[in-house]
Design a protein around this ligand. Sequence first.
Ligand SMILES: C[S@@+](CC[C@H](N)C(=O)[O-])C[C@H]1O[C@@H](n2cnc3c(N)ncnc32)[C@H](O)[C@@H]1O
Length: 300
Amino acid sequence: MTVPVRRRELLAEAARRLHAAGVASPEYDAQELLAYVLGTDRSRLVLVDEVGGAAAEDYESLVARRVAREPLQHLTGAAYFRHVELAVGPGVFVPRPETELLAGWAIEAVAGRVAERGTSEADRDHPAVVVDLCTGSGAIAKAIKDEVPGAEVHAVELSEDAYAWAQRNLADTGVDLRQGDMATAFDDLLGTVDVVVCNPPYIPLEAWESVATEARDHDPHVALFSGDDGLDAIRVLEQRAALLLKPGGVVGFEHADEQGTEGGRYSAPAVFAATGRWSDVRDHLDLAGRPRYVTARLAR
Ligand SMILES: C[S@@+](CC[C@H](N)C(=O)[O-])C[C@H]1O[C@@H](n2cnc3c(N)ncnc32)[C@H](O)[C@@H]1O
C-alpha cells in the first residue's frame, strides 16, 4: 500500500520536474493536474492536506506524461475558451487564449449586427449570419453562440478527426456544422453573410523548428502549417470571404507574430490590401503587444 503524500510536497516536486522539462507554466500545470485527479478545482486545493496513495499514483502518471510534453488539455480532456468548455484530445487543435481576442472581435461585430436589426417579424426571420471557417474544436463558433444566442452561426472543418470533436462540442448549440474545405464551403450562403471569422493554419513550413513541442507533436499538422510563407490558407480565406460576405460585411482572422503589417513578404494584411476588394484593412495587437489578427470590410 502506498502512503499518503503531503499535498505541498507533491505539488512542489511536480512543478520542479515540469520546470526542468521546459513546461511554460509548471506550477499552474502541477495544480491543474492534481485538481483533476482529486475531482476538485485548483482554487480548492488548499483545503487538501494529504493525497492518498491511489490518487498520488494517478497523479504521478499524469505528471510523467506532462513532463514528456503531452498538452495539459489532452490529459484533462478539457479546454476553456472565453465562457465555454470544449472537449479536446488527439486529432484536434487545442484552442489558445490569444484567439479569445479574435473571438471577442467577432462577438462584438455580430452583436452589433443583431442590435441594428429591428424586432419586426421580417428581421427575426433574417438574423445576423456568421461563419467560422476552420472551426477545429468549434471553439469560436461555440463562444459566439454562447454570447450572442440570436446569431445564426455556421462552421466548417476539413479534418475528419477534428470534425468529430466539433460535433461533440457543438451538439445542441444550434450551430450549423459542416465537414469540408473552406475553399468551397457554404455555397448556399454566398453574398448573405455579415461576419466571417477564421483562425486558419498559418505557420510557415520553414518555421517547423520554432514550434513548441506540445503543438508540433500533438496538434494536427493541418491545423498548424500552411505553405512556405504560412499564408496559403489566408489567401484562400480572402477569396472565400469575398464571396460569402454581403457588401459591407466584415472578416477577421488570426495570424502569426511575424505576419503583421511590417511582415514584408509574410504580411497577412497585405494579402487583403493587395486585391482592392477590401476597405478598413487593420491589424490588431494582442495583450502582449504583438500583431495578432486582421479585420477588413468588403467594399460596397
Ligand atoms: C489553427 S486551427 C484553429 C481551430 C479553431 N478555430 C481554434 O481557434 O481553436 C485551424 C483549423 O483549420 C482546419 N483547416 C485547415 N485547412 C482547412 C480548410 N481548407 N478548410 C477547413 N478547415 C481547415 C484544421 O484542421 C484546424 O482544425
